[in-house]
Each structure stands twice: as C-alpha cells, then as structure tokens.
Design a protein around this ligand. Structure first.
Ligand code: PLP
Length: 416
C-alpha cells in the first residue's frame, strides 16, 4: 500500500458555507450587471486599525531593520509583556491569572481547531447547535465521530440545540460529555450566556471531570455588566475550562492575526497513565506548551508589538471606539428590521443578529429571496447546524453606509 490520505476528511462537508454563498452571489452579479450588492454576510471586519497599533507595528518593523535592535524567534508562549498585559486585563474582571497560563497565538481559529489535539480520541464531544463550524469539523477530521446522517449531524457527537425556547443558550448535554465547546457571545446567534447558565456548565464539568473550551472571541462586545466576559468569572472554572480569545474583532486584527489561549495551572482531566487516574496541576498547561512548541513557532513579533500597544490605555480607547461603531451598526439593523415585523435576536451584546426567517421558509430559500428581492447577502442559519434551520445570520461588521443601505433595501423591497 502507498501513502494513504486521512479519509475522515471525506466526512466533512466539502463545500464550505462561505464558498457556496460566494458562488450564489457571483451568479447573481452576472445575471444582474451593475446592481450593487449589500453584504451583511461574512463576519469579517471593515474598519481600520487604531493609530496606536499602527505606529507600534511600524516601530517594530523598523527595529527589525537595524542590526542593533533586530530580534528573531520570540519567547515560547509569546512576548512576556504582552502575556502580562493580557493577565492584567483579567484582573480588572476580578480574575487572577499568571502570564504562564497564557499562550499567545495567531488567532482563535487556530487554537480552537488545535486544542482538541491534546485530548484523547475516545472523548465524547458536545457542541452547541448552531455552532462555529470549526468545533465540529476539527473533531470529525481527527476521528472522534462517525459519519454525518441525512440531517447533517455526526454520529458520536452530542448536540446542544439553541433556539428561541431556551433563549439560544445551550442546555447541559443530554448524555455524559467529556469535552464541551461553548461560545459566548455566540457566533452565529448573538446570544450571551448568563452567569447562571455558565455556572451550571462549570458545575457539570467539575462533577463529570469534563473540560470546557470557552470561545470568548466576542467578549469585547458585551456591554451589560452582569454578563460574564470570561468563564473564569465563575468559581471553579479554572479547574475545568480552557478559554480562547482574539484581537480580531476587538482591535480589527482579522488580517493581522493575533489571539491567546488560557490554560490554567489548576486545570485537571483524566490521565490513564497516572496512578491517581488524573493529571496533576500544571500538566495540561504543559501538554499545550508541548503541542505549541512542537507545531508552532509563535505569532509574528511585529504583530505582538501591535497587540501590546492595543492593550495600553490609548489602544483600549481605540478598541472601545471600534466596538461601539460595530454595535451602532447592530442597533441600526435590529431597530430597522424589527420595524418591518421581522423577529430579530442578538445584536445587543454581540456583533451578530439572528433573524427568524419569515413564514417559516427554510434558510437557504430565504437567502435566495433576500438576494433577489433586496440585493442583501446574509448567512443561512442552516449552515451552522441543523438547529439553525429557519434562521438567518446578519453581521454588524459592515461599513456604515452599506449597513444603512441594506436595512433600507430590506424595508423597501422584502415581500413579507
Ligand atoms: N471563534 C469564533 C466564534 C469566531 O466567530 C471566529 C471568527 O470568525 C474565530 C473564533 C476566529 O477568530 P480569529 O480571527 O482570531 O482566528
């Protein structure tokens, strides 16, 4: 036998959601030349970096151009002042973390994809439905699931449906789960987990010796002071949770690339090789360090300098302005569309809005109607999982004028 490919790739959907959307949009454009399209679809950012960050990256690049200040590979877990500055941010929320619990990487996608690799293949995985597709696909590709059924759900995965009945907040897994993915504020629903519900998950994880992967990539968009921005605001979470976060949306780094992952020293899980049956404190932190130092050589030093500047007082002021800009877009979409009678969720503490498709139409048919009748592009909820069927995601990351134009076009042209 020759080299064999990883056949688990054949189980994941071949057409990535956004490629299908791009194809439909380009077909529409060919059929309707010269007609402007309003994009409220992909969650990419549109507004420029803050000047503090730009200046810091220019200075860092200049330092690399001088033999006296040139530096090569950086510290294993990331630049220490950057990790310390990140730890200090948590302190302001009452969470004490040390710099050695923080790992700097090139974004939350990479780490949310790779984090499963330090856990065994026999773990039972639970995901919210709908969910950011990376959580499901990486577990399928790694061999933790069977094939997808007709409903698109994979054998062996536990799905935690999120719908209007539970305010789009996942409920505890229906059977015993070992690895649990949570995302709050949520992509795609725009829902934020309450302190109480997150507490229930932390209690569940501790009782069942499960580990939670908490994706907080949109934490900066929370304005309600009662909503948790970090899972570590919940007592006991350091023993059972890994948190992922990113500069992508808070600082406009989607193209620059910078994120971080917290692996607390206190985190414990089952270790079949240990006499006590469990890992010792620090062991999982060490596993992630081993994984990162083996497969990764650190985020760019220029970018880390930008990130550090982004956490200074001036940098955070610019970040808050950026977040406010997008949240004003969210308000414009939410209020504008609610006036038409459309049912809109999310968009108050998250940059995503989750719309119930009118008349119970399926979400891909609604995509076609919205494009044809209003020239607005959104994202069909079904693309994020079975429970997303009948819903539609709109993003607040657009330019202001286009966002207003999209809302006006829906108000004027959508036949409800
Ligand atoms: N996690 C969620 C829930 C996201 O929606 C995204 C990006 O859209 C990411 C992670 C990836 O972020 P990054 O740009 O840091 O890789």
């Amino acid at each position: 036998m020759g080299a064999q490919i990883n056949t688990d790739y054949s189980k994941v959907q071949q057409n990535y959601l956004f490629s299908t959307i791009a194809k439909k949009v380009s077909e529409f454009q060919v059929a309707n030349p010269g007609k402007e399209i309003f994009r409220l679809g992909i969650g990419d950012t549109t507004q420029p970096l803050g000047q503090t960050v730009v200046k810091a990256m220019q200075d860092a690049a200049a330092r690399l151009g001088d033999v006296k200040t040139y530096t090569g590979y950086g510290a294993e877990q990331g630049n220490l002042p950057l990790r310390q500055a990140l730890a200090n941010q948590y302190t302001s929320r009452g969470v004490e973390l040390t710099a050695d619990e923080i790992f700097v990487g090139d974004g939350a996608k990479t780490d949310s994809a790779n984090i499963q690799s330090i856990f065994g293949l026999d773990n039972i995985v639970a995901v919210s439905d709908p969910a950011y597709p990376v959580y499901v696909d990486t577990n399928v590709i790694s061999g933790r699931t069977g094939s997808a059924g007709k409903d698109g759900r994979f054998d062996g995965l536990i799905y935690m449906p999120c719908n209007s009945d539970n305010n789009f907040m996942p409920e505890l897994p229906s059977r015993k789960a070992d690895l649990i993915y949570l995302c709050s504020p949520n992509n795609p629903t725009g829902a934020v987990m309450s302190r109480e519900r997150l507490g229930q998950f932390v209690d569940y994880a501790r009782e069942n010796k499960a580990v939670i992967f908490f994706d907080a990539a949109y934490a900066a968009f929370i304005s309600d002071p009662d909503l948790p921005k970090s899972i570590y605001e919940i007592d006991g979470a350091k023993e059972c949770a890994i948190e992922l976060n990113s500069f992508s949306k808070s600082h406009g780094f989607t193209g620059v690339r910078l994120g971080w992952t917290v692996v607390p020293q206190k985190l414990v899980a089952v270790d079949a090789l240990s006499e006590i049956g469990f890992t010792t404190p620090g062991q999982i932190n060490g596993l992630w360090k081993r994984r990162q130092t083996t497969f990764f050589n650190g985020a760019s030093n220029v970018v880390q300098a930008g990130g550090l500047a982004g956490l200074t007082e001036e940098g955070m002021k610019e970040s808050r302005e950026l977040v406010s800009f997008y949240m004003e877009n969210a308000r414009i979409i939410r209020e504008g569309l609610s006036q038409t009678g459309l049912k809109i969720y999310g968009g108050t503490d998250a940059p995503f809005l989750w719309m119930k498709t009118p008349g119970g139409v399926d979400s891909w048919s609604f995509f076609d109607r919205l494009l044809n009748e209003t020239r607005v592009v959104g994202t069909p909820g079904a693309g994020f999982g079975q429970a997303g069927e009948g819903y539609f995601r709109l993003s607040a990351f657009g330019h202001r004028d286009k966002t207003i134009a999209a809302v006006e076009s829906i108000k004027a042209n959508l036949k409800l």
